[in-house]
Design a protein around this ligand. Structure first.
Ligand code: GDD
Ligand code: MG
Length: 403
């Protein structure tokens, strides 16, 4: 892979967000790496250096009642050396179909995989034993953890850690194009590699010598929509366009010399990071999870590098989830800005006015959005207790092949 990296970055506290890089070539040939410590230019990544990341990478696929044949297509785009973990919140019949399909896929392709249902009681028991009652719906019988994409991602992080991985990437299950999934995974490997070099987290042989805090966020080339029978390649998603605008305003209030539209991945559902970072971040519920990563890192964490990369492939996904779904996503994303200690009062006030005018249905009786539920950092869990509880319940975590 070859990336074109633009100079320019801005910091929120000790978190550096880098200008959007672009994919120049999906495959740059049989080449050596070029060093990427300079500010801008073209950087190529050897297949070998992508392999060193992929062999340490878990790809987590959150899935809730997507068409099983589409999930099947997504699996087919994930490079062989990354391990796939599916976290499902589907209806039981659909879940069984997902398991059957995934088992067959893993066996035919001679690769390991793991799948789990988010609301199985042993998962809730494992969180309780490990010390995170906040994620469990304590009034439910049987016990279950809360629904939401953010919650599914947390399970993915824990499993990736238990499987001994170093990096984790997330891919939605409703992607209609296996080739774009493949590009996202390659971008994860190249982007993580680049960010590690920016952080000087590797020695001269490319081996990690400090625990890295790096993240890659994908900016899709476009999000196509069908309008009057024709495909329109919209440059931004309906939620991203709003959340990015407010994120950039916040960024420029904190860092006035920041490039004007530096943040183009406020909502990036597709992103990857070092497990070191995933363990220290706090995750928020549902679709607040991705915007909140930027806020939480900026509020609390040191020495984080966030790389953004624009892909070549458009993002074709299920667009039938409706306007309410998009509005909920916008409100959840913007609420992370309203409640942040980083946000100056004038921006909070303007944002409240915007919400009152544009998204009143998502506000409470005081005219503000509910604060998105957020969880303690995953590193506060007892992994031994989580593992022991899960292992005690045979059949909850289904593992195919030998991870
Ligand atoms: N396990 C699990 N549990 N999966 C879930 C849940 C849940 O409660 N809710 C949604 N998912 C899965 C979906 O099945 C899909 O694979 C993925 O999470 C993303 O959900 P979508 O409903 O397809 O979201 P979207 O396409 O509108 O939004 C995506 O892009 C946004 C940026 O535009 C998501 O990735 C967002 O998180 C992202 O902000
Ligand atoms: Mg989708």
């Amino acid at each position: 892979m070859r990336l074109h990296v633009e100079a320019g970055s801005a910091s929120i506290g000790n978190v550096k967000i880098h200008n959007v890089a672009r994919v120049m070539q999906l495959d740059a040939g049989h080449v050596e790496d070029t060093a990427s410590d300079s500010g801008s230019g073209n950087i190529r990544f050897s297949r070998n250096s992508l392999y060193t990341i992929e062999s340490e990478l878990a790809i987590v696929i959150p899935c809730m009642n997507e068409d099983v044949s589409i999930l099947d297509g997504v699996l087919h785009g994930v490079p062989q050396d990354a391990m796939i973990i599916v976290v499902s919140n589907s209806d039981r019949d659909n879940f069984q179909a997902e398991c059957d399909m995934f088992e067959k896929y893993c066996s035919e392709n001679e690769r390991p995989g793991a799948i789990v249902h988010q609301t199985d009681e042993p998962i809730a028991q494992a969180f309780l034993a490990a010390g995170m009652p906040e994620i469990v719906q304590l009034d439910s019988t049987p016990l279950r953890i809360r629904s939401g994409k953010g919650e599914a991602m947390m399970i993915g992080v824990i499993l990736a850690q238990l499987f001994g991985k170093t990096f984790i990437g997330f891919i939605d299950a409703d992607n209609l194009v296996a080739g774009s999934v493949h590009e996202y995974c390659k971008v994860y490997a190249a982007g993580l590699r680049h960010a590690l070099q920016l952080q000087s987290a590797t020695d001269s042989n490319g081996n990690l010598d400090t625990p890295p805090r790096v993240m890659v966020r994908i900016k899709w080339n476009s999000k196509p929509k069908v309008r009057y029978g024709a495909i329109v390649f919209e440059p931004s998603g309906r939620s991203s366009i709003v959340v990015n605008k407010w994120m950039n305003r916040l960024l420029r209030a904190i860092s006035p010399t920041a490039p004007k539209s530096l943040i183009q991945t406020g909502n990036a559902g597709e992103h990857a990071m070092s497990l070191e970072l995933a363990m220290s971040l706090r995750f928020a519920t549902g679709y607040a999870v991705e915007p909140f990563q930027l806020i939480d890192a900026g509020e609390r964490l040191d020495n984080v590098d966030i790389v953004q990369v624009e892909t070549r492939n458009p993002h074709f996904h299920d667009t039938s989830k409706g306007g309410e779904h998009i509005e909920r996503m916008q409100v959840q994303g913007l609420s992370t800005i309203i409640y942040s200690s980083l946000t100056p009062p004038d921006i909070k006030e303007d944002l409240k006015q915007y919400l009152t005018k544009e998204l009143p249905a998502g506000l409470d009786t005081n005219g503000i959005p509910e604060q998105a539920r957020m969880y303690p950092a995953i590193q506060t869990l007892s992994f031994d207790a989580f593992d022991a509880t899960l292992s005690a319940f045979d059949g909850t975590l289904r593992v195919y092949g030998d991870p």
